[in-house]
Ligand binder design. Sequence first.
Ligand code: AMP
Ligand code: ZN
Length: 484
Amino acid sequence: MQIKLFNSLSKKVQPFKPLYGDEVKLYSCGPTVYSYAHIGNMRSFLFADLLQRVLRIAGGYKVQWVMNITNIDDKTIRDSAKGSGAWKPEMGYQTNDPKENLKLFTEYYYEEFIKDIEALGIRSSDLDALPKATDYIAHMQDLIRRIIDNGYAYVAKGSVYFDVTKWRNSDIYGKLKKIDFENFKPGERVDTDEYEKETAHDFVLWKGRKDGEPFWNFSVYGMPCPGRPGWHIECSAMEYEILGIPFDIHTGGVDLKFPHHEDEIAQSKAGYGVDPNNFWCHNEFLEVEGKKMSKSAGNFYTLRDLINKGIDPLDIRFSMLSAHYGTKFNFTFDGIKAAKKARLRIQDYIYDLHEDIDGDEFVEVNMLREEAFGYLADDLHTPKALASIFTFMNENPANELSQISKKALIDLFREFNNVFAVWIITSRASIVEEVPAEVKDLAERRFKAKADQEWALADELRDRIQDLGYIIKDNKYNYELIKI
Ligand code: AMP
Ligand code: ZN
């Protein structure tokens, strides 16, 4: 199916075609691992997940999907500093080495991030790479040297800055968003990773060493410049190294258009000589109860905050997918209740399709397939795809359908679920059966034994579980009990 996507470069919905045969190279700006990701962040990761699923399932492409992990920037350094309030005992021992502290701190939040996305139905196994910035410092240094050699960066007080004035003589600075040059003062520099919206400055590529901060050795034309990378250079270097440039699609939230993505374009082109990618796709923001989410407004939620309130992460996934990614999403508790109801209505229909009642109606399921996947292929229009599914369900009650139609529909819902990933494709009977408490208890004890590396005990418990008629299927963070 032809996929169409809104491209922030052309500001139009455009037909998408991969640059390299039938493989799509996709890069998503990932989390800054300095705290638990909030549900706004989750919207952007879910959008990237939806895109890669639609590219594979509706587009028929192979997808090479990369999501970076920002484990060094202003915020991670600030909060990993010894004595910072963001430390928790489970992050490990605090050392006197800032680099080691940064590693312990960010690794903790990285692991938590993986648990969060898995809970939301984003499979980390679908990602080809989750590169961490600190593993690519040499590549960032190489890119910075190229930019300097090409005349678009300079050293000042041990830091390296991108020269926006020089760059504007060669190319456009402002490809994604109109940038304010009225207040632009050539040579005025900015050191922070995030800076005032839409006002251009010479931005930092490499930050000179500061006391108590992690640093790496670096020299420019024999001049020592120990320090650490700026945030923007991280993505440019990792994209080049892992995907190669140009690649196909880059995703992120709308707030990243400027400065992060605009600076990525400038750096890549100034250093490597080509624009980094063809399509830029941005998700709109998530708000809570109609307001910008913020800790001070008391409407700030992480995924685990919501899970602790008893909300099923699949309802969060479904509610976010019920809106188009390009519109603002208003998260509300009433909205989550409505999403649950709608998700379970489809789940019920799927159960009904598995019932043995033989109706006599025959339906052509291909029309529904074409319509719903057509909407998904058209700039990921999930709300329209869901609307066509609901209309079909209303017009075709499952118990009136012939077995052949029901079977074809079960297969179709399995295809839909490859995109939505919020249902189980099975009969009602198969899930009603409760796992006996004794088996559950043994499984919990085995899980703990494994975490404590008590392998012999874990094996013994596994055998006892098997004697009771269940096998355990382990995944990275959890396990499943399956009746033999
Ligand atoms: P960060 O961890 O801050 O680098 O952000 C990770 C991703 O979340 C980026 O793509 C941001 O654009 C996105 N993001 C941040 N806040 C929101 C929000 N409220 N709604 C949607 N996306 C967001
Ligand atoms: Zn990025």
